[in-house]
Design a protein around this ligand. Structure first.
Ligand SMILES: [Zn+2]
Length: 408
């Protein structure tokens, strides 16, 4: 049974033995039959109902060898002997996207590299773009002052640039713990106001950056001009379902190829430039966080830097210093305030930066990280926090650049 590691992070359970650590992991499968076999093996055969589209499974406190834990973005062959030593625990509540939560019933210590497997084949048609690379994303009337929104969506990312009757939605993630009803209410609220022209850009294919798309109806998808996302799409059931829905809705989409590799470093490269929007794509690499799409929205002498989970040094060197040495910056802090490479405090302190942090209270990743917050503080940057449910806005026309709490 082939499974994809969607998330992997340190568990709150602490290990007493050296060389062993506990991890919380979220897995997804590529095939319904594999999911069904796993559910049966853990005693959840009755969950094999058609009509439940959720395919992700969370395992809490899985004992792993120190360097043998599962890596996000990798595929593993997990047989019946793996699943039969797990049982359902009390909890996923009614997550809109996670099917079941499991815990170990044995003292097995896993060494995931020995389970590594090549990714399954991408389903036919899954990799083709059906529109050209857009040359223009959203062009804004110079007198209409754009507003950047960082929505309070729990431990996830959902940003928007709105200007008059136009908008760019950048990432559409919502918290894993939200129920169908809560997600629906949020989508309804976001789609309530009509926009004459709206587009979607996904930074990368991690569910915390696209999971709301799981719930968009085809009619809702069809109201967008296009969707742009990085190539390749992981062939997980969750991504496949989102992708099929996009294809069936008739929404034109473009999967952007990675930028050409230059040297060993995965850099960010300017891929398209227009009056208001510049798009950067990273070079090829295994880390999804670092190989996504960055959006720069420019207005007068300011810019909004929407960056998903990219690293600080690349945002600084490859984007800000290389292309916009004098702009004031509205930054959505990468990776929900978790670790995202080195923060060059000296260089950041020379820039005028307002920033917003999007994370859920009590999230198990420990975001935002205290060292990251201290580093930002030393660089003279004071982030505003969504704390799960607060929406933050940056009015690009205000005298002083800052994010404030507001309601869209
Ligand atoms: Zn993320």
């Amino acid at each position: 049974m082939l499974f994809y590691c969607e998330k992997s992070y340190s568990s709150q359970k602490k290990s007493m033995a050296s060389g062993v650590l506990f991890r919380d992991v979220v897995l997804d499968s590529a095939k319904k039959t594999d999911l069904s076999k796993a559910l049966t093996s853990v005693g959840l055969g009755e969950m094999n109902v058609d009509g439940d589209r959720r395919s992700m499974l969370r395992i809490r406190a899985l004992a792993c060898k120190k360097f043998g834990y599962p890596r996000e973005g990798s595929w593993y062959n997990l047989g019946k002997s793996f699943w039969s030593k797990l049982r359902p625990d009390s909890g996923e509540g009614n997550s809109h996207i996670i099917r079941a939560s499991l815990e170990p019933i044995s003292h097995d210590i896993h060494n995931f590299p020995t389970y590594r497997h090549n990714p399954p084949r991408t389903p036919t048609g899954f990799d083709e773009s059906i529109c050209e690379t857009p040359t223009s994303y959203i062009e804004v009337d110079p007198v209409v002052c754009p507003i950047v929104w960082v929505m309070g969506v729990g431990q996830a990312n959902w940003n928007e640039v709105r200007a008059g009757n136009r908008r760019i939605m950048y990432d559409l993630g919502v918290d894993d713990g939200w129920s169908d009803q809560v997600v629906r209410r949020h989508i309804d609220a976001m789609l309530l106001a009509p926009f004459d022209d709206q587009v979607i850009i996904l930074s990368h294919w991690d569910t915390d950056h696209y999971s709301a798309l799981f719930h968009f109806t085809q009619q809702e998808l069809a109201t967008f001009r296009f969707l742009v996302a990085p190539w390749p799409v992981p062939p997980t059931l969750t991504a496949q379902r989102v992708f099929s829905s996009i294809r069936n809705s008739g929404l034109p989409y473009r999967l952007l190829d990675p930028a050409p590799q230059t040297g060993r470093r995965i850099g960010l490269h300017l891929q398209s430039r227009s009056a208001n929007t510049d798009i950067f794509r990273a070079g090829p690499g295994v880390s999804r966080n670092q190989t996504g799409i960055v959006l720069v929205f420019k207005w007068r002498d300011r810019l909004a830097l929407l960056c998903g989970d990219h690293h600080y040094n690349k945002l600084l060197d490859d984007v800000l210093q290389a292309h916009y040495p004098n702009h004031e910056v509205g930054l959505v802090v990468p990776h929900h305030g978790g670790r995202a490479g080195v923060i060059d405090e000296m260089s950041w302190s020379t820039r005028q930066v307002a920033c917003a942090l999007s994370y859920g209270l009590g999230n198990l990743h420990g975001h935002p990280s205290q060292p990251v917050l201290s580093s930002l503080r030393r660089a003279g940057i004071t982030p505003r926090h969504t704390r799960g449910t607060t929406h933050l806005m940056l009015d690009m026309g205000r005298t002083h650049i800052d994010f404030i709490a507001s309601i869209p």
